[in-house]
Unconditional design. Structure first.
Lengths: 237, 490
């Protein structure tokens, strides 16, 4: 899969980060740390402000605290996802497992547990921003699904499907070796760049979102199939 | 268990009742039986003796003082009636010896008595001139044999023994049958009384054992932690008193336990709240700790060292707060498993690799062992055990994986001096320090407590012993198919 793995955006690559965090100390601390790593950070304190900035700033990545006054983080997450495919990294409180699941279902790509170590957040940002390599390969067809690895376009029955970067990476990873079973651990390492002991719910939530977009019936998936006890497999269609 | 104890009590009560009944019945019916039997026999005997005396008077005057068989036969004939048999004996001659007489009457054969039946002692007594009787069994039937000497009165009006003895035998068959009937009735009455006693005993034991058994059941439930257990109080006997006392004690216990639980819950909630409150300022601190650390080298002393210290301690504080939050999650029961089918050997290697321990730890991992578990949590446990062994024990540190059909067993051991016996039971206590002097070292003091909680969340266990050849050995046992308490769909 080396050819799919693009050049990682280097820290200091000047990506635009939108930080939505209500606590001033954390907001300032993270802004400081991320700016030091070369990002251009826009820090706001509420979801409403964040959604405004999303339209004007066109950030590369959103770092979103789930516990927000006013409009809560999940709602903000859903609205950002509805507006486009910008990667979202959630800040969650340790011990709030339900929040993680709900946040992933709302469309977040990854999450970091507070207290956040900036180098961990930096690595996550690097992972979601990693550019996807383009192949010169032919258009691949699987049933009603076409995957264009050169143009990075996925279409179902000829209609392009809008996929978030993580979803697209997951689909490309799985469809790169149709019929082969990928364990959650493998997918966490290859798609999320987490270590061996990442949170497998990331994979499950992403698979759910992906199925909702490309499968005719999410309950009876054809393209991304579950291999009980082992992981996921693309096809056979 | 309770059933055996109550059975024992029931058996004992039944036995006591039955014994009482048997003894009473035996005493009463037995006594009555003996009395009645004696009375019957006595009456029969008296009547027979009287009858014999009357008949004997008809014998006088005797025709000869030295009678032959015919005369003896004559005498015997006089002595018989429809109910008895008789024989007359004179020394060696008796009424049956000699040739069959001309006056033989066929019905006599029912009335003759074979002298051989007469017991020698009876004959002896009679020969001494005393009238005597004795009961014998002849031809399967009881007989009363009465013997009497015939006395002659001399001229000097003195009496002397004539040498003629008369014996009559009277069948005691009818009396025997009456007595048998009596005995039968006595047995019947005894049996009925016994049956009645058993029924009574059963009723009594049920009356006593029912409440006792209920008390046992309630005590067991209480012991299992069912604090709301109470007993319905019936009546006003001693058992009702016991039930009331039990209920009072249970209520008191419930109140205490509730109070303790509330205090414990308060304490735990406090820890959880404190941890969560610490998290926000800590999050801000952690965000800038990296910045401080990177800048520390460029800052003038002592600001540089101060920055370094702040940065380092922020990391430690973060670890401590994270552990506190983790353990409060176990306490409040919200910790959940994210189960995955994993190759256990691969998991162990990953744990060691991620932390750069692959070179320093000797592994002995059974290949191809897969298990359904939460890899992140098992990693936490293993990292803690191996980390401890590397820090506090002596090399070589080894990790061994074994498995059977249902369990995987991971052993982590070092080859140091091992743990003091006094320390072993407390190793998994929170914030336990083996020696008070040991400085606040690496880790939060919660690592092993969290490790054990993680093992138990898998329905497994984590134990520690000292290996026979030295060194502490931690054994992690996990089921190959851990069950998610929440019932995860995957």
């Amino acid at each position: 899969m080396g050819e799919l793995r693009g050049r990682a955006v280097k820290p200091g690559g000047g990506s635009r980060v939108l930080l939505i965090e209500d606590d001033p100390a954390i907001r300032e601390g993270l802004e400081l740390a991320l700016t030091r790593h070369g990002h251009r950070v826009r820090a706001v304190e509420s979801g409403e402000q964040g959604l405004d900035r999303l339209r004007t700033d066109l950030p590369d990545v959103v770092v979103l605290d789930l516990m927000l006054p006013g409009m809560d983080g999940f709602e903000v997450c859903r609205r950002i996802r509805a507006a486009g495919e910008v990667p979202i990294i959630m800040l969650t409180a340790r011990g709030d497992d339900m929040d993680v699941v709900a946040g992933l279902e709302a469309g977040a790509d990854d999450y970091v547990v507070k207290p956040v170590q900036p180098r961990v957040l930096e690595a996550r940002i690097g992972a979601v921003l990693r550019r996807i390599g383009r192949d010169q390969a032919e258009l691949e067809r699987y049933g009603d699904l076409t995957i264009d690895r050169a143009g990075l376009v996925v279409a179902s029955r000829g209609v392009p499907v809008s996929l978030a970067p993580t979803e697209l990476r997951l689909l490309l990873e799985l469809s790169g070796t149709p019929g082969r079973v990928h364990s959650r651990q493998q997918l966490l390492e290859s798609v999320w760049e987490h270590g061996y002991f990442g949170d497998s719910r990331l994979v499950d939530a992403c698979v759910q979102r992906l199925r909702a977009k490309i499968e005719d019936d999410s309950a009876a998936p054809v393209y991304v199939q579950t291999v009980r006890g082992f992981g996921y497999r693309f096809g056979p269609v | 268990m309770a059933p055996r104890a109550s059975l024992g009590l029931r058996a004992r009560l039944l036995f006591a009742f039955a014994l009482l009944c048997v003894v009473t019945a035996a005493a009463v019916t037995g006594g009555m039986y003996v009395d009645a039997r004696n009375a019957i026999l006595q009456r029969t005997q008296d009547a027979a003796v009287q009858a014999m005396k009357r008949r004997m008077e008809q014998l006088f005057p005797l025709r000869s003082v030295a009678p032959g068989p015919d005369e003896l036969r004559e005498i015997a004939g006089t002595m018989t009636d429809g109910d008895n048999r008789a024989v007359a004996v004179y020394h060696e001659v008796h009424s049956l010896s000699g040739p069959a007489p001309g006056r033989w009457r066929p019905d006599w054969k029912w009335q003759i008595l074979d002298p051989k039946v007469i017991p020698p002692r009876l004959r002896q007594t009679v020969a001494d001139g005393v009238m005597a009787w004795q009961r014998v069994v002849w031809q399967g039937e009881p007989y009363l044999i009465i013997g009497a000497p015939l006395l002659v009165v001399g001229e000097d009006r003195t009496t002397r023994v004539s040498g003629i003895e008369v014996y009559t035998a009277r069948s005691l068959g009818p009396e025997q049958r009456s007595i048998d009937e009596l005995a039968g009735r006595a047995w019947l009455a005894g049996g009925a009384a016994l049956a009645f006693a058993v029924v009574l005993a059963l009723l009594a034991t049920r009356g006593v054992l029912g409440p006792v058994r209920e008390l046992g059941r309630a005590a067991r439930l209480l012991g299992e932690g069912n604090m709301r257990t109470r007993i319905a109080v019936r009546g006003s006997d001693e058992l009702a008193d016991v039930a009331r006392t039990f209920n009072t004690a249970a209520a008191e216990l419930e109140r205490h336990v509730k109070q303790l639980r509330e205090m414990e819950a308060d304490a735990r909630r406090f820890v959880a709240d404190v941890s969560h409150e610490l998290r926000t300022p800590l999050a801000a601190l952690a965000a800038v700790a990296d910045v401080l650390e990177e800048e520390a080298a460029r800052l003038p002393e002592p600001a540089g060292r101060a920055a370094m210290l702040v940065s380092q301690e922020t990391l430690n504080l973060t670890a401590l707060v994270n552990d506190l939050i983790e353990i409060s999650r176990f306490d409040s029961g919200v910790a959940a498993l994210a189960l995955n089918e994993v190759d256990v050997a691969e998991l162990v290697r990953a744990t060691l690799r991620v932390r750069g321990w692959s070179e320093s730890v000797h592994t002995e991992l059974a290949p191809g062992v897969t298990a359904r578990l939460d890899p992140r949590r098992v990693d936490v446990v293993l990292a803690n055990l191996v980390g401890n062994a590397l820090r506090h024990g002596e090399p070589p540190v080894s990790v061994r994986l074994r498995a059977d059909a249902h369990w995987i067993v991971l052993e982590v051991r070092d080859h140091g001096p091992g743990l003091a016996e006094a320390v072993l039971p407390h190793v998994f206590d929170r914030f336990y320090k083996a020696s008070a002097a040991r400085a606040r070292s690496e880790g939060s003091g919660l690592g092993l407590a969290i490790a054990r909680e993680n093992a138990r969340l898998h329905r497994g266990d984590l134990t520690v012993t000292n290996a026979p050849d030295g060194g502490a050995m931690f054994t992690l046992r996990l089921p190959r198919q851990a069950v998610d308490p929440d019932g995860s769909p995957e």
